[in-house]
Design a protein around this ligand. Structure first.
Ligand SMILES: [Zn+2]
Length: 325
């Protein structure tokens, strides 16, 4: 990668985005890496107006540089959005709405909350690569009442399917998804979406995974032998990721993102985890911006609250990014 595609330090960030105009120019560069084209006449000859519109010299058409992105219709300066994105990505453990409200001096908690959720929606890339090679798969309960609450609390918890690439003794990339239950239908659907067929999938002895071989995977079942081995030792990477996830939910989000929004927290965790070895946090900012300017359908606040909106990104632009880095 060419150096200086993204700011690497807070000092660089402040210089690069000192003005609204510079922030807009950067967005244009990221959104149209091979140059802006007028959506009406395809001319590449255009200039940026003071209101943030691209004015086509060929046909006079004016188009918004944020139309179709997660910034669409925002009344806040792009600069402030960039600051939010920097803050969200620069912190190893992510951001809470209250923290974002404080650091940006946003007028209301609801605004900060909405911004965070819009950014989370940009953290998952549609059509992203599936995991490959050797992959551990298991499920875990998150959220709900305190640990040890007993069976009656299970209803408040959510079941999350976890897939983790095995890289020697280490962990590669991960995928997380909330699933309805541990039935074969739920879990095989998850594996199909998360793991490339032909890969070797390691699970415990749960019956639901029996269909993996028929679904085109090399299936390796690990079963607890006698009394000596703890179940967690069978799939150590999945359990490591699950415990990091739970700690993160507890620490940053007080352990209780409601179930409707859990998928977006899972996306944020995955986004961070799969880039945990990035040399500069600025790379995360850059990736997030690339995904934020991929074409998204705007999501009204009411639908964000409900948590029922379809994943935002719909079309091109989203598959420009290779791998998870
Ligand atoms: Zn034009």
């Amino acid at each position: 990668m060419v150096d200086a595609e993204y700011p690497r330090t807070l000092g660089e960030f402040d210089r690069w985005f000192a003005t609204e105009d510079r922030s807009r120019q950067y967005l244009i560069k990221v959104r149209w890496p091979s140059g802006f084209r007028c959506p009406r006449c395809s001319s590449g000859d255009a200039w940026l107006t003071q209101r943030g519109l691209m004015h086509c010299k060929g046909c006079g058409h004016q188009s918004s540089i944020t139309a179709g992105t997660i910034f669409h219709g925002t009344r806040s300066p792009l600069r402030q959005w960039f600051q939010a994105m920097w803050w969200v990505t620069a912190q190893k453990n992510g951001a809470s709405a209250l923290g974002l409200q404080r650091i940006l001096g946003l007028g209301s908690y609801e605004t900060a909350w909405t911004w965070l959720h819009k950014l989370r929606r940009a953290m998952v890339r549609p059509g992203r690569d599936r995991l490959a090679g050797e992959v551990e798969v298991d499920e875990t309960f998150v959220g709900g009442a305190e640990e040890g609450g007993g069976r009656r609390h299970v209803g408040k918890k959510a079941l999350v399917a976890v897939a983790v690439e095995i890289r020697g003794t280490a962990i590669g990339r991960i995928r997380l998804q909330r699933v309805r239950d541990s039935s074969a239908a739920s879990l095989l659907t998850f594996v199909r979406q998360a793991v490339t067929p032909g890969s070797r999938v390691v699970t415990d002895g749960l019956q639901s995974y029996r269909g993996l071989a028929a679904a085109g995977y090399v299936h390796k079942r690990k079963v607890v032998q006698g009394s000596g081995e703890a179940p967690d030792a069978l799939l150590p990477r999945v359990h490591r990721v699950a415990s990091l996830l739970k700690r993160w939910l507890l620490g940053t989000h007080q352990g209780r993102p409601d179930r409707a929004h859990l998928p977006y927290y899972l996306d944020e965790f995955t986004f961070r985890f799969n880039r945990r070895t990035a040399r500069h946090r600025g790379l995360l900012f850059y990736r997030l911006l690339q995904q934020a300017v991929a074409v998204h359908s705007p999501i009204p606040y009411a639908r964000l609250i409900g948590g029922s909106a379809a994943p935002g990104a719909t079309t091109s632009g989203a598959d420009l990014i290779e791998g998870d880095m």
